[in-house]
Design a protein around this ligand. Structure first.
Ligand code: 3H9
Length: 709
């Protein structure tokens, strides 16, 4: 073959040709792979000594799909996409000899579409198959919406194409998507299977119309309804449903043409570009330019968590879920019992919801060992401190940890705002100290801000970054400043939301507009969920740093003075029933109006656009400062923090990506207007001006300029 990406062997099994796709790491179907595959298939089909063909993937997986990197080239006009993979799949489906695909690892996206164009599919028992394209803002584009319903039925195809979740090989077998599971050596099993089918008539998926008959029409409406709630704001799931529906009323050819049109529309959409940015961003954040890949990692087999409150308990669960033994320490028995009871309750609800099995939960609970002392701390590889947010207490804990922990142990703090360097100063080993900022609820939220102090060693940083993956988290390395990246940006965002309410916007209107923008929750509702008192305490601690004469929001502090801390007190911005269901509270609306009158804040009608601009651009402007200061390594790191920790809609790519989409010049000009009207809190970040003037985007500000920590 003229390409090393495809290996054709007709020697090993004589009568069965084996074609292997070898395009590490995930055998993505690049145009070169597709060309090589077409040649290899043709050659094997012509070979008279060959009676069947087996298609496999080398390495850890069969095929993870089309090469996503190609999409960017197509949409930017750097590469022309012709008919895509369809001609290749048609060629394979039309071969005169049976083609058996052997799936291990994953057959995703174009990988599954390729498999469905083959005549038979066998799989390793732990393989997974799926059409995850909607997660990238597109739909299957190589016949997936047409072949899948023919194999698994319309209802399942709608679900798989619209939701994008993979199914196991066992389920695929039951559905008829896979013909046999192979225990033991997959290739040997696939070859044996191929020999069994050589004399049978060749089944071609596109001709198998049996499962398309009379589908219950409500399937599509129900799927659309579900997509509108579960994948709110996204166009690809609805487009995927339309395309699968096409299979029930159009011929295979017409259905495929419709699929192509819709695929292309989706591919060129802002949503798809944003979701692809998020896909690569999630992987990019793991790469820390100045930390070499070969940096030795500290093995973390046991940890201790100090503090069994909401955060400490959640963090203990995260480690236990990952198979790591946890020592959970509290100051007194009552607090420890409360913490353990909450952990039990959370695990039980996971079992009820089917997330975990009882057996798994029992194993996790056995890994969590409660304690009231530091006695066994000398044996653990890492400690995560999660005590009350106060510098004096944190320093006390770290002084103690310094005394009891073994040399080489990682000393991490879960602080969300305090200085890592000051905490580290309480120890004789600041190089071992680092921030691991989990997000609440720690056992659910995927974000982990890894906060480097000025002395944190590369080994400790590399270990925490790698550990985040083991814990099922997306670790993002950030520098040390008040609030780090996420909370530092969240301050101005929530400040503007309060200002808008103080200037006349209805509380629920502010929330509704940002929810409609795509945020998981509005800013007021988020405050009520997290507890308004948390920010109130922090603001009181830092009040002396506020510049006199600069406007500060007051409504939330006043609500706290009235004991309205949010959901936990049954009242905050909203009032809550016993099930924590929110309803607008006219009393709060009246209070805010009264306070605004006292403060002589003119009341006016506020537009939807103003609400979005003020809240989202407040994020962007602070994000630009963070980037310029090197607190975040790259703009994409900020985006990933906001997608995984703050409910920013992935289909908008994160605040920095969103600003790029709007155009930095436009964003800068709007911020200048806001600055003229509302004063210095809106002073545009110098980096924003610089990039806007140069016609650049945040993505152009690279790692070279960043000076983290
Ligand atoms: C599609 O197929 C459209 C079709 O309908 C046809 C249209 C014509 N392309 O995730 P990992 C890279 S759309 C290019 O860290 P894991 C990834 O960036 C596609 N690159 O490994 C990373 O690079 P780096 C539908 C890809 O073991 C490296 O591979 N398919 C692709 O944790 C390792 O990846 C999907 O959406 C790709 N398709 O997880 C599946 N996939 O090392 C997307 C991965 O430089 N992929 N890379 O950072 C996945 O879900 C996971 O990668 C997978 C492996 C589960 C497969």
């Amino acid at each position: 073959m003229d390409t090393p990406l495809i290996d054709l062997s007709t020697n090993k099994f004589k009568d069965v040709a084996v074609i292997t796709i070898n395009n590490p790491p995930v055998n993505a179907l690049s145009p070169t792979v597709a060309r090589g595959l077409a040649e290899a298939m043709e050659q094997a089909d012509k070979d008279e000594g060959v009676s069947a063909i087996v298609l496999t993937g080398a390495g850890r997986t069969f095929v993870a799909g089309a090469d996503i990197k190609e999409f960017g080239k197509i949409t930017s006009g750097k590469s022309e996409r012709g008919a895509g993979l369809n001609p290749l799949l048609r060629q394979i489906e039309d071969l005169s000899k049976p083609v058996v695909v052997a799936i291990h690892g994953n057959a995703f996206g174009g990988g599954l579409e390729l498999a469905m164009a083959c005549h038979y599919r066998v799989a390793a028992p732990n393989a997974q198959v799926g059409q995850p394209e909607v997660k990238l803002g597109i739909i299957p584009g190589a016949g997936g919406t047409q072949r899948l319903p023919r194999l698994v039925g319309v209802a399942k195809a709608v679900e798989m194409c619209a939701e994008g979740n993979p199914i196991s090989a066992q389920e695929a077998l039951q559905l008829g998507l896979v013909d046999r599971l192979i225990e033991g050596d997959l290739l040997t099993g696939a070859v044996a299977f191929a020999r069994e089918v050589t004399t049978r008539p060749i089944p071609r998926t596109r001709e198998r119309d049996g499962k398309l008959n009379l589908p219950d029409k409500t399937i599509f409406d129900a799927a659309r309804e579900k997509a509108r709630t579960k994948q709110r704001g996204q166009m690809a799931p609805l487009a995927a449903i339309d395309a699968v529906e096409g299979s029930t009323r159009l011929s295979f050819e017409e259905g495929s043409q419709q699929e192509q049109r819709v695929f292309r529309e989706c591919l060129f959409s802002d949503q798809s570009k944003a979701l692809i940015h998020a896909f690569f961003g999630e992987r990019e954040v793991a790469k820390i330019p100045e930390i070499a890949k070969e940096t030795p990692i500290i093995p973390v087999n046991s940890v201790a968590v100090v503090g069994a409150g909401t955060m400490g308990g959640g963090i203990a669960m995260v480690f236990a879920n990952a198979g790591i033994h946890v020592l959970l320490k509290e100051a007194d028995q009552a607090a420890l019992d409360r913490g353990l009871a909450t952990i039990q309750k959370n695990y039980q609800s996971s079992v009820k919801r089917g997330r975990f099995t009882q057996q798994f939960v029992d194993e996790c609970l056995r890994r969590i060992k409660p304690t009231l002392t530091y006695d066994a701390f000398g044996e653990v590889d890492m400690v995560v401190e999660a005590v009350f947010e106060g510098m004096a207490l944190k320093k006390e804990v770290f002084t103690q940890l310094d005394l009891v922990c073994q040399p080489g142990a990682i000393l991490a703090t879960n602080t969300s705002t305090l200085s890592i360097d000051e905490i580290a100063s309480a120890t004789s080993r600041p190089d071992a100290v680092i921030g691991t900022h989990f997000f609440s609820p720690a056992n659910v939220m995927r974000l982990l801000e890894v906060v480097r102090g000025k002395s944190s060693s590369k080994q400790v940083i590399a270990t925490c970054m790698q550990l985040s993956k083991k814990l099922g988290k997306v670790g993002v390395l950030v520098g040390n400043c008040r609030g780090f990246v996420g909370n530092r940006m969240f301050g101005p965002y929530r400040r503007e939301a309060q200002f808008l309410a103080e200037e006349g916007a209805a509380i629920e209107a502010v929330d509704r507009v940002l929810y409609d923008f795509g945020m998981a929750m509005g800013p007021m509702a988020t405050g009520d969920l997290a507890g308004l008192d948390v920010g109130w305490r922090i603001r009181k601690e830092y009040r002396h740093l506020e510049k006199p004469g600069v406007r500060q929001p007051f409504a939330e502090d006043r609500l706290c003075e009235l004991g309205r801390f949010g959901q936990k007190t049954g009242a905050g911005w909203y009032k809550y029933d016993e099930n924590r269901h929110a309803t607008p509270d006219p009393e709060v609306a009246a209070l805010v109006r009264k306070w605004a009158a006292e403060a002589e804040i003119p009341q006016r009608t506020i537009s939807t656009d103003e609400i979005v601009d003020r809240c989202i651009y407040a994020l962007v402007n602070e994000g630009a400062r963070i980037l310029e200061e090197g607190i975040a390594l790259r703009a994409v790191d900020i985006d990933i923090i906001y997608l995984h920790g703050y409910g920013f809609p992935a289909y908008r790519g994160g605040p920095m990506w969103y600003a790029n989409t709007v155009g930095l010049k436009k964003v800068y000009e709007r911020i200048c207007e806001l600055c003229d009207r509302h004063g210095e809190l809106w002073a545009p970040a110098p980096l924003l001006k610089q990039l806007a003037d140069a016609g650049k985007t945040f993505a152009d500000f690279g790692v070279d300029q960043a000076v983290t920590a």
